[in-house]
Write a protein that binds this ligand. Structure first.
Ligand SMILES: Cc1cc2nc3c(=O)[nH]c(=O)nc-3n(C[C@H](O)[C@H](O)[C@H](O)COP(=O)(O)O)c2cc1C
Length: 191
């Protein structure tokens, strides 16, 4: 069972989450590696996928969304978990009392649920270091609402991410073919 944690990250915080998940999977006994979405040459080499993207203006990064749509036939036959790294700040609810991780679900996820049978999708809080931002993003942050909507800091919740990674490792462990049986991880029935 070989898993890959594929990520698209503009300024590195989503990469950090992906590398952490891969590390936790390995610690739990699953063969796993984190790979930038542009580095995955042969997706068919992997038995399970965790795919994550940073979220900008309510969307996944294009290269991550394209990875899912391009490989949908393969992914439909493999266990797939998705994550989005987005909301910033210490508030966990919006003005209406709704969980920010629910209301900030990127637009693509509903479409992905139609394309492939997802094991799960999670939104994790992200991080923002204004000194790293490119020109366009720096200007957006200077707009009146920008600083409030996009506070600076590292809001990644490592306990939350670790618990999720462990749940993935457990699901993969349960789905491992037992010696002498024909059961395979492909097809996703055990997820
Ligand atoms: C210009 C800009 C727009 C953003 N738009 C969103 C958004 O629509 N939804 C969201 O949840 N997070 C948004 N974020 C927060 C980022 O998703 C967050 O900082 C993420 O952790 C960045 O990941 P990266 O460092 O891997 O690029 C935005 C950040 C910036 C700078």
């Amino acid at each position: 069972m070989k898993a890959v944690v594929v990520y698209a990250s503009k300024y590195g915080s989503t990469r950090g989450i992906a590398e952490f998940i891969a590390e936790k999977l390995r610690q739990a006994g699953t063969q796993a590696e984190a790979r930038d979405v542009g580095e995955v040459q042969n997706p068919g080499d992997y038995d399970a996928f965790v795919i994550g993207s940073a979220v900008y203006m309510t969307n996944w990064l294009k290269e991550a969304a394209e990875f899912v749509t391009r490989n949908r036939a393969l992914l439909a036959n493999r266990p797939v978990w998705l994550f989005s790294s987005g909301p910033l700040g210490t508030e966990t609810k919006d003005d209406k009392g709704q969980d920010l991780r629910t209301v900030t679900e990127p637009k693509e996820i509903a479409e992905f649920r139609e394309l492939i049978k997802l094991c799960d999708h999670r939104v994790f809080f992200g991080a923002l270091d204004s000194s790293k931002l490119g020109f366009g993003h720096r200007m957006l942050r200077k707009l009146p609402a920008g600083r409030n909507l996009l506070p600076e800091g590292d809001f990644r919740d490592w306990n939350d991410i670790e618990a999720w990674a462990i749940s993935i490792a457990r699901a993969l462990e349960t789905a491992k073919p037992t010696p002498g049986s024909n059961k395979s991880a492909q097809g996703g029935s055990a997820y």
